[in-house]
Design a protein around this ligand. Structure first.
Ligand code: CU
Length: 332
């Protein structure tokens, strides 16, 4: 009995999660997502009619199996050609052509790359194994995994990849687009309301694919402008002796070869830009909430938190990690 309960849960989980979670295309928060959700419900409705229609015909056939006298489709036992053509060919062709027309010709075009000049701003998103680099063209701001945009504003996302194919998907805001080596894809990001919208890489891209999440913070315009101004600035200088020590250690060790901290000599580009890492709410593409302890844990042993991540554990003392953590936390 217990196994059946568990099996039912496994089957039902995607439905429950897909239906009510924060990251669901069925709780749309933009016109594009709204259209996608409406299409989804229509498809479900049409598919349900077809499915239950077929089941009903099966049941009728079964009930009448040894009783030719029962009424319904007449007495004849010969093949009803009209019925076969109507239900077997005409209806399926009409239904499939209509759904194809609505979904692929109309909706895919409508939710596709925004027309030139129709957006108020552009951001660049670059997929990496396993985090998202986010750039604001025209400014020096670079961040990771947490994308800030003004709410009720048409934002063009220009998506590329630094390595393999990823797929950028924030279900409540729009459909997904793949990031493909050598290609540039675009999608519109628009949020009806200020809020936080979770997204996820939607194309298997290696070991930590499932932990390649992102958050879109749609903010009132003023708040967004303030945030952007803050992110454009170079990193704060250390405020305490420990933080000074932390910065020294960061620059001396291989951290600086993989990470950029603007305003210092650290110019690496394999890992996330850390200029304002302390201002993020999460670390490691949403795997940890960002607080001083989590930061220290991460830099001490990223492999125990995100096995396979492209950041090695360095051989430093606990005091050194603590100092680096304190410095990074200070970078707001
Ligand atoms: Cu990915």
């Amino acid at each position: 009995m217990k196994q059946w309960g568990r099996a039912a849960l496994v089957v039902a989980a995607p439905l429950l999660l897909g239906g009510c979670g924060k990251q669901s295309p069925l709780s749309p928060k933009s016109p594009s997502s709204h259209d996608i959700a409406v299409l989804w419900w229509w498809m479900l409705g049409v598919a349900a009619i077809v499915f239950f229609g077929a089941v009903a015909l099966l049941v009728i056939g079964w009930v009448r199996r040894d009783r030719p006298g029962l009424p319904f489709f007449g007495e004849r036992e010969s093949v009803n050609v009209g019925l076969v053509i109507t239900f077997g060919m005409v209806i399926p062709v009409v239904v499939l052509v209509a759904l194809f027309g609505i979904s692929d010709l109309w909706l895919v075009t409508k939710t596709g790359a925004p027309a030139k000049g129709s957006t108020a701003m552009t951001i660049r998103v670059i997929g990496h194994q396993w985090f998202w680099e986010v750039r604001y063209p025209g400014t020096s701001a670079v961040t990771a995994n947490e994308i800030h945009v003004p709410a009720r504003t048409r934002v063009q996302v220009v998506a590329t990849t630094a390595d393999v194919i990823h797929s950028f998907w924030v279900p409540q805001l729009n459909r997904k687009i793949d990031t493909i080596p050598g290609r540039t894809n675009r999608v519109l990001l628009y949020a009806d309301e200020p809020g936080v919208y979770r997204g996820q890489c939607a194309e298997f891209c290696g070991l930590q694919h499932a932990h390649m999440a992102m958050k879109v913070f749609a903010q009132p315009r003023k708040e967004f402008q303030t945030w952007l101004k803050g992110q454009e600035k170079p990193a704060d200088t250390p405020a305490t002796a420990e933080q000074r020590e932390g910065r020294q250690l960061f620059l001396q060790n291989s951290c600086a070869g993989c990470h950029t901290i603007r305003g210092t000599s650290a110019q690496g580009d394999l890992g996330p830009d850390l200029t304002h890492v302390g201002s993020r709410t999460t670390l490691g593409a949403l795997i940890l909430p960002n607080d001083p302890r989590a930061l220290e844990r991460w830099i001490h042993d990223p492999q125990s938190i995100k096995p396979g991540a492209k950041m090695p554990a360095l051989d430093l003392s606990n005091a050194d990690f603590k100092a680096i953590g304190s410095y990074l936390d200070h970078l707001r």
